[in-house]
Design a protein around this ligand. Structure first.
Ligand SMILES: [Zn+2]
Length: 416
């Protein structure tokens, strides 16, 4: 098993190296295929920032997996369990306490990288003017939320693993109501912990948006703005929630930097997610994937406990000290499934682009919005294909710009 862990770590490190090299090898520019008015000015700064981000993604994954290997191999996890056992003998509470210690340890061990990726880099590239104090406060709030949630969910999962022979099926079934609850609760309970949400303030824009929404078949009043300028200078908009909490949210940064037509084109995309029920489709897809993942996960987990459990200081299946082993399996499988899950996501995102163009016919404003997204977030609009497949949840912006300018089926219909 040590060999397996070593192999996994090696693969992760190798992937990082491959990507770092791949990211630095620029593709030859495709000659003058794009309208110069919609050409993203790819500066050295953008190139450098993109490379750092790509490298951080893979290095971060390798680092997190490395932390889990460390906690497992060093015997730190059993010590956390024993410390919890000194306080109580109730298995469920022991599990909760162990999870809390474990989350604290991983957060601390990952702090240097988190600080570099989430604070240093955005400031270095002028993408944020959040103060260190405010950033730390956000981090502390996030940690508090994650401690509460992971203690409860983690202890329940470990209990199921101890109790049921086919625990993969129990966990998979249990994940369904949990995910639904989280999706409902997130916009009204979790998100407001970090930012202020309010109905869209600009009345003139609101009228235009409500008009667009009614043409898309959405009932009004579900459009919010959020003060993301607190954390970032980049722009975004999204749809989240289910049923009564389903909503479209616009970052205030986007409202400040885009013209009304550009905002309408972006909103058409968000409305596409809303109308095309992408939230449900995403959940369905996730559940289908996780069915296989949980099944394979149990096979690997049980085998590891059988063959190496004693060496790792574990008492058996569902031992709270086996948490790093469980998360290591989940992390590795999740990493190698990224191309699949991101491929599905890009498919859905493209559908939303099509929906917006069909609804608004705002081709050029949409392309201009994408140019702004790229220049504003300092991201290379034309990453190499491998990177796009592996980690991009949206089609690369260059591709989206080209599509926005080219997609005009209504004109063909007119001329026919
Ligand atoms: Zn989208």
């Amino acid at each position: 098993m040590r060999k397996l862990i070593l192999a996994l770590a090696t693969v992760a490190v190798a992937a990082t190296a491959v990507v770092a090299v791949a990211a630095s090898a620029r593709q030859p520019p495709e000659p003058a295929r794009r309208d110069p008015r919609f050409e993203v000015k790819v500066t050295d700064e953008i190139r450098r920032h993109s490379r750092i981000e790509e490298t951080l993604y893979f290095a971060g994954t390798a680092y997190s997996l490395g932390v889990l290997v460390l906690l497992l191999a060093s015997g730190a996890a059993p010590r956390m369990r024993d410390l919890s056992l000194r306080l109580t003998k109730k298995p469920f509470v022991v599990a909760m306490l162990t999870v809390v210690l474990f989350v604290l340890a991983t957060t601390l061990l990952e702090l240097p990288l988190t600080y570099y990726a989430d604070f240093v880099v955005p400031h270095q590239f002028d993408l944020s003017d959040q103060s260190l104090g405010s950033w730390l406060l956000d981090g502390a709030k996030g940690l508090a939320v994650s401690l509460v949630l992971s203690a409860i969910v983690g202890a329940l999962a470990l209990e199921a693993i101890r109790r049921y022979r086919r625990w993969w099926l129990v966990l998979w079934l249990g994940s369904i109501p949990l995910i639904l609850l989280m999706v409902v609760v997130q916009p009204i309970v979790l998100d407001p912990i970090f930012n202020k949400f309010e109905p869209l303030q600009n009345q003139q824009l609101k009228t235009k948006l409500l008009d667009l929404a009614s043409r898309a078949g959405i009932e009004g009043g579900r459009v919010y703005q959020v003060n993301k300028s607190k954390q970032t200078k980049t722009m975004n908009a999204y749809v989240n929630g289910i049923g009564p909490t389903k909503r479209i949210v616009l970052w205030d940064t986007l409202l400040a930097k885009m013209t009304d037509d550009e905002i309408l084109a972006v909103m058409g995309h968000e409305m596409g997610h809303y109308v095309l029920n992408h939230m449900w489709k995403g959940l369905g897809f996730g559940l289908a994937i996780s069915f296989v993942v949980f099944f394979a996960g149990q096979k690997i987990y049980d085998r590891g406990i059988e063959t190496r459990g004693a060496r790792w200081g574990l008492t058996g299946r569902g031992d709270p000290a086996s948490l790093p082993w469980l998360l290591l399996i989940a992390g590795v499988i999740g990493f190698f499934l990224s191309p699949v899950t991101n491929g599905f996501s890009r498919h859905i995102e493209h559908e939303a682009d099509v929906f917006s163009l069909d609804l608004t016919h705002l081709n050029e404003p949409m392309a201009r919005a994408f140019v702004k997204f790229a220049e504003d977030s300092k991201r290379d609009p034309d990453p190499n294909r491998f990177l796009e497949c592996w980690r991009y949840s949206h089609p690369a912006l260059g591709r989206r710009i080209d599509f926005a300018l080219a997609y005009k089926p209504w004109e063909e219909r007119k001329t026919r």
